[in-house]
Design a protein around this ligand. Structure first.
Ligand code: D41
Length: 684
């Protein structure tokens, strides 16, 4: 073989291997080689192409990013219009849709495909002889924009189809979207560059696709799933799959990524059950979805049903309750937390969003309010996703009333009047300057939050000592520090509002009961900044006694797993403060007690040290956070994604793709009962 043909051969092999690994990674979600090997193949191909430019072809995996930016987008007329989808907002709407379908078809046998409705942008990809030749946005359905140069940079979209039995002309339709993780990273990068963050992954995807310079798009974490076809030439009807599900499976075999959530069902009621399942795992999916799409599977039935005003009669989108809504800001309040942190909170005109009525939304901190420029009287977009605290996403500037003024953080604490200090501390959770009330324990807000924390379930677990009661005790000077709780007298307690003798007794009994506790609970209850349940356990396990924790210096504190310089500093300083030591002494004097724990010399000695756990699905007997904390306390790492490094996947109800992946990788899977058995073994 001549040198030249040897090189040509090598180039062919490299391209084939790279395309194959892309397919394994993006389409079947089962990479065969480590990323480094993929990078090595790309590197080798690049090198050869650089030396031999004549070998470069447009479909080479190295040629995703074109050389020159466009000056404008050109228009594309869709040969077949891109339809839109009708919406259903309730089970009733869906049942009516199904009834209409069955009546028109005059049969009760209708199979449906259910798919997650991705919240991205509809796109048309045209493949000629297996090569991607054009990508166009949906636009108004009749005409869109040519975004080929950008779409080519999306690694999940093959430049060449696999195999050889694909139609000579094949238009693939689907959704381009940005996964949540990539979106967060992108926004962090935007903020670091002092650029405006994107409002949501959909906007980020849209903005990324509308770049004239493909180099920018190439850096954006875009992805793609296909869900139908447009032009298919020239394939006889009997050589083409008879069902939507089967067509999409064929697309997958040709190398196009398909969502794992797509399922085939015998009837509509199974679809409705599936809707509930998808709804429950919505927050755990790697990307945003806004509903479930049902499609009549049989293509002949689809044809009989036809279209009505650009919407197919054979498909419908069953939407989730909206997570975003418009409302008005009535006021911006300042909340003071346990550690004195000031949090601006928007008081809102009540609005139904994410399935509940929301009247407050967090504005996080001063820089966030100023960045979003939220003002009294503004109309804002409020978002409530899952169990997450509602937040103000952005202001609708066009609806801003006249004479509003910028938000100003007060110089004095609104609760106690102490000076507000702005800290530049760079803690993990709050990377920006944090405003804090300097009042410490003289600030009623901080004290109240401190009490709430002290009595909470994971701390001293004092039942019946609720927020209202704590407020009264503080306001009437019955308690100054948490140590005073253990000196409360029955007659003083029963004098408080709504305090019958009976409940006074109950509260006193609960306080008494809380005296026998554990060192981790006690350390957590103290409310040391950044010391959560897991850290408190880590400290207790490492040092064994309260005295040892209290006298530890910075160096020894940092040795505790999960304790970094910030936590070490907060812990160290907490115990150097006379007032805190006095409270601790009084608590011990009141009779708080726990049995000693065996000290772990190294944290490797924890039962799950070195193991990585992944939690997925819904847990019924505990929250996911609680499970995570307990696993961490046993020494395990808890990760968000399944990989070869995962030791165990804990699968709750309706576990989704992570469970599938675990099974594929042969990783041990525990159900909730198994998890509880594990905790019981180590008696947590
Ligand atoms: O996930 C989606 N966003 C999605 C959108 C989907 N899974 N299926 C879809 N199917 C269609 C038809 C039935 C018309 C082929 C769609 C869309 N259309 C669609 N997306 C934007 C407009 C229409």
């Amino acid at each position: 073989m001549s040198g030249d043909s040897k090189i040509t051969k090598r180039v062919d092999v490299l391209r084939e291997q790279i395309n194959y690994h892309n397919y394994r990674y993006y389409v079947i979600d089962d990479p065969e080689v480590p990323d480094a090997e993929y990078d090595r193949l790309m590197g080798e191909l690049r090198q050869i192409e650089e030396k031999h430019p004549s070998l470069i072809v447009a479909s080479s995996p190295t040629q995703r990013v074109g050389a020159t930016p466009l000056s404008a987008f050109s228009q594309v007329t869709h040969e077949q219009a891109m339809l839109s989808l009708g919406n259903a907002f309730s089970d009733d709407d869906v049942m009516n849709f199904d009834r209409r379908v069955r009546e028109r078809l005059n049969t009760d046998h209708v199979e449906y495909v259910a798919e997650a409705k991705l919240d991205g942008l509809a796109i048309s990809l045209l493949y000629e002889n297996g090569e991607l030749v054009r990508a166009a946005t949906r636009g108004d359905g009749a005409t869109g924009e040519d975004v080929t140069h950008n779409v080519r940079t999306i690694d999940a979209i093959p430049l060449l189809l696999r195999g050889n039995n694909f139609p000579r002309r094949l238009e693939v339709r689907g959704e381009i979207f940005m996964a949540k993780e990539g979106f967060c990273k992108l926004n962090k990068a935007q903020l670091n560059k002092q650029e405006k963050p994107f409002v949501n992954p959909r906007n980020a995807a849209a903005g990324s696709l509308r770049q004239l310079d493909p180099k920018i798009t190439a850096q954006r974490p875009l992805s793609f799933y296909c869900y139908s076809t447009g032009i298919v030439e020239h394939v006889p009807d009997d050589a083409w799959p008879q069902g939507h599900y089967q067509i999409v499976r064929a697309l997958r075999d040709w190398g196009l990524p398909v969502q794992k959530e797509m399922k085939l069902f015998k009837n509509i009621s199974s679809c409705l059950t599936y809707y509930q399942e998808i709804f429950a795992m919505r927050d755990n999916l790697p990307h945003d979805i806004d509903g479930v799409v049902y499609k009549v599977n049989d293509i002949a039935q689809q044809k009989m049903l036809g279209y009505l005003s650009r919407e197919p009669r054979w498909a419908i989108a069953h939407k989730f309750p909206a997570q975003e809504a418009l409302t008005k800001v009535i006021d911006i309040d300042i909340q003071v937390g346990r550690t004195g942190a000031l949090t601006p909170v928007a008081r809102l005109e009540p609005v139904f969003v994410g399935g509940v009525t929301v009247t407050n939304a967090t504005l996080h901190n001063e820089s966030e309010v100023l960045r979003k420029d939220v003002r009294n009287g503004d109309t804002v977009i409020v978002r409530r996703a899952g169990d997450v605290i509602p937040e103000v996403v952005s202001v609708v500037l066009s609806q801003r009333p006249e004479n509003t003024s910028m938000f100003v953080l007060p110089d004095l604490c609104p609760v106690c009047g102490s000076k507000v200090i702005k800290e530049e501390t760079i803690s993990r959770s709050t990377p920006r300057a944090r405003a804090r009330c300097s009042g410490g324990l003289i600030c009623d807000a901080q004290r109240k939050e401190g009490f709430k924390h002290f009595v909470s379930r994971q701390a001293m677990d004092i039942e019946g000592l609720g927020e209202k009661l704590i407020e009264q005790l503080i306001n009437q000077n019955e308690v100054r520090t948490v140590a005073d709780l253990y000196r409360l007298k029955r007659d003083r307690l029963s004098r408080l509002e709504r305090m019958a003798d009976k409940s006074a007794d109950n509260v006193l009994a609960a306080i008494e009961k809380s005296k026998s506790t554990t060192l981790p609970r006690f350390l957590f209850a103290l409310g040391i900044r950044e010391v959560g349940v897991a850290t408190a356990r880590g400290l207790a396990n490492h040092f064994g006694t309260l005295d040892a924790v209290m006298s530890a210096n910075m160096e020894t504190l940092i040795e505790v797993s999960d304790v970094g310089p910030i936590v070490a500093k907060h812990t160290y300083e907490f115990f150097r403060d006379e007032r805190n030591r006095a409270v601790v002494d009084q608590l011990i004097e009141s009779g708080l007690n726990w049995s000693d724990i065996a000290v772990d010399v190294t944290d490797d000695a924890l039962p799950l040290s070195g193991d990585t756990y992944v939690l997925t699905g819904t847990l019924l007997t505990m929250t996911r956070d609680a499970a995570k904390e307990q696993l961490q306390a046993l020494g395990a790492k808890v990760s968000g994604s399944v990989s070869a490094k995962t030791t165990v996947v804990v699968a709750g109800e309706k576990a989704g793709s992570k469970l599938t992946k675990a099974e594929e990788l042969g990783i041990k899977v525990l159900d909730e009962a198994g998890l509880n058995a594990l905790f019981a073994t180590y008696s947590l």
